[in-house]
Design a protein around this ligand. Sequence first.
Ligand code: ZN
Length: 462
Amino acid sequence: MGTAAVAKIRLTVDADAESALDGQSRICNWLYNELLEVAGVLRARYRVDQDAATGKVLYTERGLRDLLPEMKRLHPFLNTVHSSPLKNAALRASDSIRRHQAAKHGRRKGGSVGWPRFRSWKANWFSLLFDEPGKGFRLDGNQLTLSLGKGLEGKRRSVTVHAPDAAKVLADKRVKNLRIVKQHGVFYAVFGIERAVPEAKPIHRAIALDPNHKNLAVGVDTEGNTVEIEDPWWLKRLDRRVDALKARRDRCHKKSVRVPITDKDGQPTGRYYWRPSKRWRRFNAAYQRAMTKRREQTKTFLATVAQRLCRHYDLVGIGDYTPQGGGCTSGMRRAMTNQSVIARFKEALSWTALKSGKVYAEFAEYGTTRTCANCGHVVTGGLDPDVRAWTCPACGQSHGRDENAARNGLQRLLRERREKGGATPPVPGSGPVPIRGRWTWRVRPSGIQSRGGRTGDAILER
Ligand SMILES: [Zn+2]
């Protein structure tokens, strides 16, 4: 059984701990790149001799990981990182190679994936994954202690950071793993939590949510209510500020000083990097701060919605489709951001449901938009993305695009639950639920304002 939920906690990290964690991340990043370099050499050799042992190192899940003992012998500084994050850096390198291979041999959807590139630590902080409970990390109340492996003198070292609310949030939960990440200069601990044995609680009310681009989601519940959860205007305002800051930053001349890169002994390597200008760095800092604020406000927004849903409903279902970013044009950027918001919304929902003893489930979303929720007629070729309302040619019922998808979602959700033997709410028959009321949830920093009412009208154009 996979990890059921995650708890993401913002860490309070002092300057010493920050430099210690940065160092750990940098070494993992170095190891990842070094292993890719080794793999590149092996690949060239393998093309010539097709040697089975070489192939095993290159293309198996643990191939590169098995090189670690030798790497540690050659590069003793690797011992200053705990074995878990090191091992996971190696597994990640193997995973990128295997994804490239799978794409090349057509075993994977979504087109070709190039041979993995070297990672730039400056652009992306390499996360530290501790994938076994209690190995390399320890939680005492709100104090999180991370092992840093052995110092060069052979002594075990560790660093302790403050994880506010960890004791409360993780009380009587089983932590499976921990990932330390740094996003826009802020450290987070992401705890993976094991699903508790589900209690056989009766389910009275259920809602199925259809995530969207026009709003966060549209839900239909077993009592015939449609709920549209609006995107908050205050988040949109912050989006504009983030965009403006980024644009100002990118208008500055970034490259200003050419700095030589030295190796571990301080010897010049003959390579250089460009240090950004002061002006660029100032705008970048403001941009990073705005992004952090945006993350925090999005988190509050999602938590508010998740709490409201889990308070009212015993079963909360959501469509399983999370689009992957393909060819990214600038106009798609906002939509991409929205996709990651949906992924985070799912995290927040699963976690809130776990805490409050409610059930979270994902249902197969494929085809829910193009299928009439009333008669099951499938529109050939699907609905154009601009179509917000349509009339079923088979039964004549009028549909709002999102509401119809959520109605289908609700039928799927209940059917999938019954097939797995899970409890479902008492709904008459197994057909579509008639819509009796339409509501809009406007989420404010102070809470949720619900507007709308019961209606017998035909579908409203939006
Ligand atoms: Zn129909």
